[in-house]
Structures are given as structure tokens and as C-alpha cells.
Write a protein that binds this ligand. Structure first.
Ligand code: GLN
Length: 545
């Protein structure tokens, strides 16, 4: 029978609840306990696929093609599991499902209410994932902060679960912040007390309190929180900010959270095996040489928009024993005269995914710079389309080469909407999504990276390379190194005459894991790490424009 760990957040959002949940997963898995995870998002959107990155950060795509919260990326990376659509439940989905049932007549004349109908639908989703995953423990994170109006049905549902599955099969973990007051040099527990009171008001008494803080926490605080919040002293877990998010499982373990959970839930477990995790983290913190990558995008003010890209770069840098330094380059800044200066320190340039035409010309400049100066380049989805447009304009001299996404009437639509997308009207969940197979062409850089001929990667796009241009691109030196098995879609392209200029129509960032870097990311950083640039020992000789 599956046991449940519910994680709520208090005091403020962005306190690190997602990383805590992911790290609890690591700690349990290290004891041989199988884990699955579900994120509950209180907003009314059906999924984050239609939200602006400014509102929501990255949209994480699962293998089965669900557009989900970025926390799922952390769960997958920390626990090394592949999640599915069932791992993200939003209020939008819950309300839609209940209303659809009502319209079908499933409730036989009853009045439809938040309790028990909405809460019942939420609990069904817990059970469905428990049945499907057969996990020993289902970790459930309630998004938002305790006290939010729209989060109430979720909190009520997790409260009811205690009675449904039995007190001993449920653990409530509350993650809070201890704010630091500078003038008195104190960490304050009052907001934690208040948020625990708020939880109790709706009938939930937390079993564990994870205290986040930017500085180390004095021991006396453990007693205070234990007393005021009525939790065991050993269940007050300190989690001060650390250098890398991958250290958090080790912090929770050393605070005794693993043993506490095993005991409280009476789980069958072996002693924790975290040696390889520890080694991975120590390699990372021990690295002194850096590898410097320019990430060129339009949402760079908001790093969360490129969360998985940053993590995948980190894993690859870790693999090569380097510290990652990212220059976040706003693509519009490259459009100004002299903008290239922003790239002159970069040992590698990455152009990640994106939508809409803002900043596109800057990205094209970045691709040209990488090609001409032979700086390693990695294009992800939009980054492939940019590489293709740049090549069309400057190598094939088709000055107006473009994607029909940015210029519907372009004379050279080198990137065009996929035929099956032409008939799509709705916006939500309608792109080409999730895992699709890709046949890798032997003898290419892509083949060298993957070391196999058939790979599956996750997608999220509507536009594609226009096959009418295949021959002219090939003749000019572009290599199409990954194709869909029916050979209709270009999945990977690269330049023969360049140290490493590779781009893919999919999103390889979603499958990278610490200790297991995604192969293309690994080889991109491998190519970048020894490149000498401005400010490094010797300047790279620049090829003529
Ligand atoms: N806007 C492009 C498309 O839809 C690229 C999408 C992306 O980068 N995810 O094809």
C-alpha cells in the first residue's frame, strides 16, 4: 500500500519547497524506497503551457507530452525518474473534470460542491497515481503558500487523506522561512508559528517542519519551534541555503529526516546509499576552472524561464570537472551596434527555445558570430530554427530567409509550420509534444554524442525545417544528422566545417540528470571548455567575416 507525504509551504513562496520535495525523494530512494511525485498547482489554467514565462518560468515537458510545472523537472533530476501527465494537477483540471461530470449527469441531480466533489476529484488523482506508479511513497507538493484562497480545496483534500488511508500512512511536512533581521542579527520564528497556526485552523498538524534560512540556524531555534509548533524536536529540520541545490538531500539526511520518515511511516528500507550522490556534489564544489557560456534568449531577466537548460549545462560542466559560468545575454542587446562584445568572453553560445519574433535578429547575430568565429554553438528548438535562418541568409545568400512564424510572407520560408499544425486552432496542449523518435546519422557529431542510432527526445514546437531547402543546405555544408524515422522531419542539424555547431528541434535539456549529463550537452561543454577567449590566457584567432 502506498504511503503519502504531503508538503506544504508557509510564510513566503519561492522558499525552496520544490527542491525540498525533490530532495526528500532522493533521500527515500537512497534507502531503496520507491517514490512517485505529484505537484498540485492552485491556478485555474489547465496547464502552464499557455502561460508567459514571465508568469510561470519554464514549462517542463514530460515524455508523454504533458506541459507541466518546472518543479517536475527537479523531481525527475533528483529522483532520476520519468514522470507523466498524472504528476501535475491544477485547479483548472480539477474544476474542468468535475464540471464535465456534472454535464454528463454523473451526479444524478446532486448539488456539486467544493467538499466533497472537488476534494473527491483531487483525492482520486492521488489514488490514480498511487495505483499507476505502485510507489511505496507518493510525495505530494501543494503549490503556493498556506492561506492562499485558491489553495484551500487542495489543503482540505490532503487533510481528508489522513482519515481515508489512516494516520500512520500519512506524513505532513511544512516548509517555512526564518527571516533574518539585520539590526538585531536574529532569525525570527514568528512567521513560522503563524503559518503552522493557519495549517492547524484547517485541521492539519504538521509532523515535520523544514526551516529555510539564508544563514546557519542556532540550535536554540529547534527547541522553540518544537515547543510552539508542537512537533518532535528531531522533526525540526534546518535547511540553510547551500552552494548548490544538489547539496540539499545531503543536508536533509544529516539532519536525520530520512530516518525520521522511515520510522514514522514504518517503511521497509536499507541504510541510505548516498555515496555516489556525495561524490557527484563534491566534484562539483571542488571544480575551480570555469567554462563560460553565453545563453542568448529573450527572457534572460528571469532565469527560471531557462531552468532545465541551466541545470543541463551544470550537469555537463560537472561531468568535465568545470564550474559553469553563464553570461545571460538579452538577445535584443545584440541587435544594437557593437552588441557582439557581449559574446567575446563566451567559450560556447547556446540559443534555447522560445516563441514570437522579439529578439530574433539578435539570436541570428549570435548564430552568425558562433559560425564565423568557430565558437561552439548549441541550438535548442528555436535555436535550431535560428541556426537554419542564419545559414540561409549568410551562406546561401537568401537575405530574407526566415521562419513563417516571424514573417508569414517571406520569400524563403526555410522554417515553416508543420502541415498537421496548420489545422490546429486551440492553443492549449496542441503543439507537437513529448517523446518522438529520432534516427541519428552515423559519422556525425550527433552520433558521436549519442553512441546509438535511435533516440527518443522531448518536443514542444509547431514549426520545422522546410524540406524544400534540404538539397541546397546540404550542398553548402549543413549536415542533417538526426531525422524522424519516416525521414520527413529534421530533428538535428550540424555544420561539417565547424568545431561544434549542432542544433536540435527537440529539448534535450529535459532529460539531463546530475551524474548523467544529456549527451549533446555533454559534448557541447566538452567542445567549449578548451576554447580560449578574450580574457583567457590567449585570444582565439578570429576568422574573417
Ligand atoms: N516557436 C518555435 C516553434 O513553435 C520554437 C518552439 C520552441 O523553441 N520550443 O516551432
Amino acid at each position: 500500500m502506498t504511503k503519502y507525504i504531503f508538503v506544504t509551504g508557509g510564510v513566503v513562496s519561492s522558499v525552496g519547497k520544490g527542491i525540498t520535495v525533490a530532495s526528500i525523494g532522493t533521500v527515500l530512494k537512497s534507502r531503496g524506497i520507491s517514490v512517485s511525485v505529484q505537484k498540485l498547482d492552485p491556478y485555474l489554467n489547465v496547464d502552464p503551457g499557455t502561460m508567459s514565462p514571465y508568469q510561470h518560468g519554464e514549462v517542463f515537458v514530460t515524455g508523454d507530452g504533458a506541459e507541466t510545472d518546472l518543479d517536475l523537472g527537479n523531481y525527475e533530476r533528483f529522483i532520476d525518474i520519468d514522470l507523466t501527465a498524472e504528476s501535475n494537477t491544477t485547479s483548472g483540471q480539477v474544476y474542468s473534470a468535475v464540471i464535465a461530470k456534472e454535464r454528463r449527469g454523473d451526479f444524478l441531480g446532486g448539488t456539486i460542491q467544493v467538499v466533497p466533489h472537488l476534494t473527491g476529484e483531487i483525492k482520486d488523482r492521488f489514488r490514480k497515481l498511487a495505483d499507476k506508479s505502485k510507489a511505496d511513497v507518493l510525495l505530494i507538493e501543494v503549490g503556493g503558500t498556506v492561506g492562499d484562497i485558491e489553495g484551500q480545496p487542495f489543503l482540505e483534500a490532503i487533510r481528508q487523506m489522513r482519515k481515508d488511508v489512516g494516520r500512520d500512512n500519512v506524513l505532513y511536512v511544512h516548509v517555512t522561512l526564518l527571516p533574518y533581521i539585520g539590526p538585531t542579527q536574529e532569525l525570527k520564528t514568528k512567521p513560522t508559528q503563524h503559518s503552522v497556526n493557519e495549517l492547524r485552523r484547517i485541521g492539519i498538524q504538521p509532523d515535520v517542519i523544514v526551516c529555510r534560512s539564508d544563514i546557519s540556524i542556532p540550535e536554540a531555534i529547534r527547541d522553540k519551534i518544537s515547543l510552539f509548533c508542537d512537533v518532535d524536536r528531531e522533526a525540526v529540520i534546518f535547511c540553510p541555503t547551500v552552494n548548490s541545490i544538489y547539496e540539499v538531500p545531503l543536508v536533509l539526511e544529516s539532519e536525520g529526516l530520512g530516518d525520521f520518515m522511515v520510522r514514522k511511516l514504518d517503511l521497509k528500507a536499507h541504510p541510505p546509499q548516498l555515496d555516489s550522490w556525495r561524490e557527484m556534489v563534491s566534484c562539483f564544489s571542488g571544480a575551480c576552472d570555469t567554462v563560460r557560456i553565453a545563453l542568448v534568449g529573450k527572457y534572460v531577466e528571469l532565469k527560471d524561464a531557462y531552468y532545465s537548460v541551466r541545470e543541463a549545462l551544470t550537469h555537463a560542466a560537472m561531468h568535465h570537472g568545470r564550474k559553469l559560468q553563464i553570461d545571460w545575454v538579452q538577445s535584443e542587446d545584440l541587435e544594437r551596434p557593437g552588441g557582439e562584445k557581449l559574446l567575446e568572453h563566451a567559450q560556447g553560445i547556446i540559443v534555447p527555445g522560445g516563441f514570437g519574433d522579439r529578439g530574433i535578429e539578435g539570436m541570428i547575430k549570435a548564430a552568425k558570430y558562433a559560425r564565423v568565429h568557430k565558437v561552439p554553438y548549441f541550438g535548442l528548438c528555436l535555436g535550431l530554427q535560428i541556426m537554419v535562418i542564419e545559414f540561409g541568409r549568410h551562406v546561401l545568400s537568401a537575405a530574407r530567409a526566415n521562419s513563417t512564424e516571424f514573417d508569414a510572407g517571406t520569400a524563403h520560408p526555410v522554417i515553416d509550420i508543420m502541415p498537421e499544425q496548420k489545422v490546429v486552432c486551440g492553443k492549449g496542449g496542441t503543439m507537437r509534444l513529448g517523446n518522438w523518435p529520432c534516427q541519428v546519422v552515423p559519422g556525425t557529431k550527433a552520433a558521436a554524442a549519442y553512441g546509438k542510432e535511435l533516440v527518443y527526445e522531448r518536443h514542444r514546437h509547431r514549426f520545422e525545417f522546410n524540406n524544400r531547402y534540404l538539397d541546397s543546405y546540404r550542398a553548402a555544408g549543413m549536415v542533417f544528422s538526426g531525422l524522424s524515422p519516416d525521414r520527413k522531419l529534421v530533428e538535428v542539424c550540424e555544420l561539417a566545417d565547424h568545431p561544434w555547431m549542432v542544433a536540435c528541434q527537440f529539448h534535450p535539456e529535459f532529460t539531463s540528470r546530475p551524474g548523467k549529463p544529456q549527451p549533446l550537452f555533454r559534448d557541447f561543454i566538452g567542445a567549449a571548455k578548451d576554447v580560449l577567449r578574450e580574457g583567457s590566457q590567449a585570444a582565439l584567432p578570429l576568422a574573417a567575416e
